[in-house]
Design a protein around this ligand. Structure first.
Ligand code: HOZ
Length: 431
């Protein structure tokens, strides 16, 4: 059993200065109970808190760390880059190199603009889509999360769902009115919106593999049908691949499903653990972005040399072997969770896609937001606490993805499955 004494004291202090004691809501453990662990250091698949407790980490910074925590080569590269200057506010060759690499891996991104987060990427992508089409409305899917810009905090997943504020106060009514909601994996709901309002819709934005209502894979033909509908109505199709980019495969979800979106949003892995986002796509659309065109978007730290270096290091190491190993361990973990739940007679649906997964505590298959919400969040909280007590650090929310990395070993996965067997018994006792 871990002792969180110093973490608790730090959390008390943090609450006096940071709203809720954290800098991003889902870190606060609000829906799983207890107080958050304050991290001292991390390496490989291991997280160590300020009390010296060690955990096998399945949050992995919410997705960026596909190569594990602090790989030695990346740390060396970042150190060397920092010695040459931490920020220039002027172009560097690194941005060109990373941009070209992104385009090689994701050929639909004919032009790329670097920003500092996935939120910025998505917010900017819809601005350019609106400018290109001369239309204001967008379609988003219930339970999908595209960062915290106003237009997206309408039935948003991730921390917004975890905290019960999927539609946030503070979003102007007029902005929310331009965000039309469709149901994930329900093409009829998109068709109806396009038929009624197609001429005022600039973009359909979608996580091609949803990862912020928990992991939900697209149903057969769903993404194809979105592509067809968007083309038919002259609407731009935006893939938010902040999670799936470079994770589902080196070319993201679009490579796996063979769909070419008009624009793509990236984040997480593209920065190798440092703050980088990017949006890009068709040259005729992206050439509207300033200074090539009139759509304004800027950033003091965009293309930061240290962050670009980390991104390059990460993207250069996306080998076939990496994805093979990740999928193998992902399948082991998913099967282990399912078996542990069966043995304890706990209803569980494990949604897994390669190296991401979510165990949903529900009897119904989870294929959209409504079915995700059938999950028993109390059971998840019990499971979470029982896992934490056994040295496993799961995401502190039912509606997030578990992430594996190259640093997770078979031994880590076996230890996690052993912990899950005991944790499922705790859930069963609590039900
Ligand atoms: N699901 C979120 C990002 N995709 C988690 C990260 C956060 O909100 O801090």
């Amino acid at each position: 059993m871990h002792k969180p004494n110093k973490s608790k004291a730090l959390f008390e202090r943090a609450r006096q200065i940071l709203p809720g004691g954290v800098d991003s809501p889902v870190r606060a453990f609000q829906s799983v109970g207890g107080s958050p662990l304050f991290v001292r250091r991390a390496w490989g698949s291991t997280l160590e808190d300020v009390d010296g407790n060690r955990f096998i980490d399945y949050v992995m910074s919410w997705g960026p760390l596909i190569h594990g925590h602090a790989p030695a080569g990346l740390v060396r590269a970042v150190n060397a880059a920092a010695r040459l200057g931490t920020s220039f506010g002027a172009p560097s060759a690194l941005e060109v190199e990373l941009g070209e690499r992104v385009r090689t891996l994701v050929p639909s991104m004919e032009r790329v603009r670097f920003v500092s987060s996935g939120t910025e990427a998505a917010m900017s992508a819809i601005r350019v889509a609106r400018a290109f089409t001369g239309r204001d409305r967008i379609i988003k899917f219930e339970g999908c999360y595209h960062g915290h810009a106003d237009a997206f905090l309408v039935k948003a997943g991730s921390g917004a769902t975890t905290l019960g504020v999927p539609t946030s106060p503070g979003v102007p009514k007029a902005v929310a009115a331009d965000t039309l909601l469709a149901r994930y994996n329900d093409i009829a709901s998109v068709e109806a919106l396009c038929e009624e309002q197609g001429r005022s819709i600039a973009a359909i934005i979608v996580e091609p593999i949803a990862g912020n209502m928990g992991v939900v894979a697209p149903a057969d033909g769903f993404l194809d049908a979105l592509r067809t509908l968007a083309t038919r109505h002259n609407i731009l199709l935006i893939f938010d691949e902040v999670i799936s980019g470079f994770r589902a495969s080196a070319g993201g979800a679009q490579a796996i499903f063979g769909i070419t979106p008009d624009l793509t949003c990236l984040g997480k892995i593209i920065g190798g653990g440092l703050p980088v986002g990017a949006y890009g796509g068709r040259a005729d659309v992206m050439d509207l972005v300033a200074p090539a065109g009139p759509v304004y978007q800027a950033g003091t730290l965009s293309g930061n040399p240290v962050a670009m270096t980390a991104g390059l290091w990460a993207l250069k190491r996306l080998t076939a072997g990496l994805y093979r190993d990740l999928s193998k361990r992902g399948a082991m973990l998913a099967a282990g969770f399912a078996e542990a739940a069966r043995a304890a007679r706990v209803p569980l649906q494990v949604n897994a896609f390669g190296s991401v997964m979510t165990p949903f505590f529900t009897t119904s298959p989870v294929r959209d937001y409504d079915s995700a919400l059938t999950a028993n969040t109390r059971a998840y909280a019990t499971f979470f606490r029982a896992m934490l007590a056994r040295g496993i650090y799961p995401p502190p929310s039912q509606f997030e993805a578990w992430f594996l990395s190259a640093a997770h070993t078979d031994r880590d996965v076996k230890k996690t499955v052993d912990a899950a067997r005991a944790a499922m018994k705790a859930v069963a006792r609590d039900m």
